[in-house]
Design a protein around this ligand. Structure first.
Ligand code: UD1
Length: 435
């Protein structure tokens, strides 16, 4: 198993390009199943989740080819109806294939999805919505068996609370259903708009994406298209924070600053200087970060839950105390205990956390608890005195393209080491001491 070894204290400087958004490309890959011709997606990040989604498409009969950041999907022979349990268990967003499979082949057999352990992650909203659109769904022994007699039909879907994934599943299914679907209390995330844009390019009739009320007029046939995935706003936030915690000065290119409207003011509040241009953001850290006023996560355009852990890493070394409230997921502070191993002072009570800033963190052996929690550990390690060894790096690889290479290009001391290398190094050190 790989580990990241990070020696803290290097100031980050330079320019960095932000890759395409993981949370956009995954539902778009699922949606490509509905299309009758080839789709070409540009700006696809090289992430393990994207490889998994491509593998699911292949298992369903698609031809999927990747060339640099372009993925071409040909679904001409996609008559598969089963996603193997192993693939489902590795990625939460595999549930996003349900709507597309039901709409395309009238049958979908899959198991409960895996992904980050952020507390219970039910799929009841996905299932209830598809049932309302005419799907018959049986859940037994962890298997979801979904059948559609003929075609799905349009319906009024009113979500009791906002769900990004359920909104995406319904949007995809409704695009090819009979009649109109109204999605009420829909998620408004930029990734929903990107998915809608892809579907519209393929001939879907969708209005209101980006608002809480989306109307979809189902069409009989969707054609292929070429689509460029939007930039990853969470990766952008993470790297801006990496500059801040190291007293650095970096410029991000290929970003959409307006999609970071809840994040950038928070960075300024910590004392950073920001210059925002069209598709560029420069951050210049000014001394020790200041603590933040209470930070409460909320659906878009609120403060993103995915940026909560990276911000917590910064608050660990801020001057003052910051209160966090996580309103989306029940168990999204698992990184706090790992940060405390590095000298942080974080107290967690249920879905609230209080972070008392300390002047500096120290290196330690820590473990990535989930994707964004892992990113938080990387940020903490960059700012810490000494060396940090981060295990369970596969979580981080789900959402960041070779994070150690990206950070090294900005001046960080970050390398990836396979376990056998660490063992080998320890053996050499032990041997040297024995001599
Ligand atoms: C997506 C993002 C994830 C982000 C999250 C919230 C992707 C691949 N992942 O996850 O990075 O953190 O949005 O912005 O895009 N819920 C139910 N029943 C359901 C569905 C959801 O109770 O059927 C609950 C969840 O447990 C959670 C809340 O609703 O408490 C929001 O989850 P949701 O917006 O669906 O998150 P994901 O789509 O899984």
């Amino acid at each position: 198993m790989a580990k990241l070894i990070i020696r803290g204290g290097n100031r980050l400087e330079g320019v960095m390009r932000i890759c395409g958004a993981k949370n956009s490309v995954l539902p778009i890959l699922a949606a490509s199943l509905l299309v009758s011709e080839k789709s070409v997606l540009q700006n696809c990040p090289a992430l393990s989740d994207v490889r998994l989604a491509s593998e699911i498409l292949r298992r369903l009969g698609c031809t999927v080819e990747r060339e640099e950041d372009r993925i071409t999907i040909d679904p001409a022979h996609a008559d598969g109806t089963v996603i193997p349990e192993k693939l489902m268990s590795e990625m939460r967003s595999s549930i996003i294939f349900l709507g597309a499979m039901a709409a395309r082949n009238g049958r979908a057999v899959l198991s409960a999805p895996g992904g980050c352990d952020l507390g219970p992650r039910p799929i009841d909203l996905h299932l209830a919505a598809l049932r309302k659109m005419g799907a018959e769904i049986v859940e037994e022994g962890g298997i979801v068996d979904c059948r559609v007699n003929g075609r799905l039909h349009g319906a009024e879907i009113r979500f009791p609370f906002v769900s990004v994934g359920a909104t995406e599943n319904v949007l995809i299914a409704a695009a090819a259903a009979d009649g109109a679907t109204r999605i009420l209390n829909a998620a408004c995330e930029p990734e929903i708009c990107d998915l809608a844009q892809f579907l519209i390019r393929c001939g879907a009739r969708i209005t209101g994406a980006g608002t809480s009320r989306i109307i979809v007029e189902g069409v009989r046939k969707l054609h292929g298209c070429e689509h460029r995935v939007i930039p990853d706003r969470i990766a952008a936030a993470t790297y801006l924070l990496a500059a801040s915690v190291t007293g650095g000065d970096i410029t991000l290119s290929d970003v959409e600053p307006q999609q970071l409207s809840a994040v950038l003011p928070r960075l300024q509040e910590t004392g950073c200087e920001l210059s925002v241009g069209s598709r560029r953001i420069r951050v210049r850290a000014k001394g020790r970060p200041k603590a933040l006023s209470p930070l409460v996560t909320a659906p878009y355009p609120g403060f993103p839950t995915d940026a909560q852990a990276p911000f917590m890493a910064l608050c660990c070394i801020a001057d003052g105390t910051t209160a966090f409230e996580e309103t989306i997921f029940r168990n999204r502070f698992r990184h706090a205990a790992e940060l405390n191993r590095m000298g942080a002072e974080i107290g967690v009570t249920g879905q609230s956390a209080v972070v008392k800033g300390v002047p500096f963190l120290h290196g330690a052996r820590v473990s990535a608890t989930d994707l964004r929690g892992g990113a938080a550990l990387v940020l903490a390690a960059l700012s810490a005195e000494g060396e940090t060894e981060i295990s369970q790096v596969h979580h981080i690889d789900r959402g960041y393209e070779s994070m150690e290479c990206a950070l090294s290009s900005l001046g960080a001391s970050a390398v990836r080491t396979e376990t056998w290398q660490i063992k080998e190094e320890n053996r050499i050190i032990r041997t040297a001491f024995a001599m």
